[in-house]
Design a protein around this ligand. Structure first.
Ligand code: NAD
Length: 299
């Protein structure tokens, strides 16, 4: 049976270290990391995420601000708020919760966030830094950076000689994940919806990262014995066994079957999910350290 990679425990470890490093930065420089989260509209899932980000930021000792804007807010109003936060020296990280209402151009909003406060890592400057291996100063999207930390806990920081397969090529998960694995010297394949013989491609992988959004698509017999399996997927499916109309969350990997073959595997929930917020805290901390002319701690 595979080792279960406990994302909750690793996330708690990261958050505890962020808290300590925040206290040290405050004591030595008087700087308190500041995180501003903007939410536009009333999407219930977004509200849950934003509340959780604010709560964790406070736990870490951050200056935490939430801007809740009405769904009818114009793009110009949103851009004005972003410009104010870009200029606010008490704020080191700005996060605009996606998705935005349809009348707002998401791309324009993402590029309006100052690159040195873009803790989500979506600005072209940060995408470019990651793509060119400037990983020391790049902000990296939080879900792939959290997945990478879990891989490091199993395989160490140098993945030389290992084959990694990332399934999914989104800008938020798949592509940055592939770049992080490449920066760690893995031999990387990005598979996607047009890939021929996906099971065959995955069978060659020492490390598999599934970021597709299809419940239990990756089967147990696709997994190479001993492989490290990171399941990013979050899919809600019907769970009639729990009662009528009930649902449960599953990943992109058939966990029961894959965990009999893999060397280590993340569960869903409790694997990659908790890492995303922890890495957002780590990114905001890094930004505050840089603003104080200090080297940011590594996790
Ligand atoms: P996306 O829809 O933007 O991208 C999905 C990718 O999967 C695409 O690149 C597509 O080519 C690929 N794909 C689709 N069907 C495929 C198939 N049959 N075979 C191979 N590849 C296929 O999704 P995303 O934003 O990258 O998210 C992926 C999953 O990760 C979703 O389940 C999402 O909920 C989850 N997610 C989790 C977190 C977290 O915090 N844990 C964060 C972001 C996303």
């Amino acid at each position: 049976m595979a080792d279960i990679i406990d994302g909750k425990a690793v996330a708690a470890d990261v958050t505890a270290k962020v808290k300590d490093a925040t206290a040290a930065l405050k004591a030595e420089t008087g700087v308190t990391p500041g995180l501003a989260v903007i939410i536009v509209g009333e999407d219930p899932a977004s509200q849950v995420y934003v509340a959780s980000k604010g709560r964790t930021a406070k736990e870490c000792g951050f200056h935490s601000v939430q801007h809740t804007l009405k769904a009818e807010t114009s793009q110009a109003e949103l851009l004005t708020l972003i410009a104010q936060l870009n200029a606010d020296t008490a704020i080191h990280g700005i996060l605009v919760q996606l998705p935005l209402p349809k009348h707002i151009d998401e791309g324009a909003v993402i590029q309006a966030v100052a690159a040195d406060k873009d803790v989500d890592g979506f600005h072209f400057i940060n995408v470019g830094k990651l793509g060119t291996g400037e990983t020391d100063t790049a902000f990296v999207p939080c879900t792939p950076s959290g997945s990478m930390l879990l891989i490091e806990r199993v395989r160490g920081r140098d993945l030389s000689g290992l084959n990694a397969v990332v399934i999914g090529r989104s800008n938020i998960v798949g592509k940055p994940m592939a770049n992080l694995l490449l920066a760690a010297n893995a031999t990387v394949t990005i598979a996607h919806s047009r890939t021929k013989d996906l099971p065959g491609v995955v069978r060659g992988a020492d490390i598999v990262v599934a970021a597709v959004g299809r419940p239990e698509m990756v089967k147990g017999d696709w997994i190479k014995p001993g492989a490290t399996v990171i399941d990013v997927g979050i899919n809600r499916i019907a769970a009639p066994e729990k009662g009528e109309g009930k649902t449960r969350i599953v990943g992109d990997v058939d966990y029961a079957a894959a965990s009999r073959v893999a060397g280590a595997i993340t569960p869903v929930p409790g694997g990659v999910g908790p890492m995303t917020i922890a890495m957002l805290m780590a990114a905001t901390l890094a930004s505050a350290y840089r603003s104080a002319g200090r080297q940011a701690p590594r996790f």
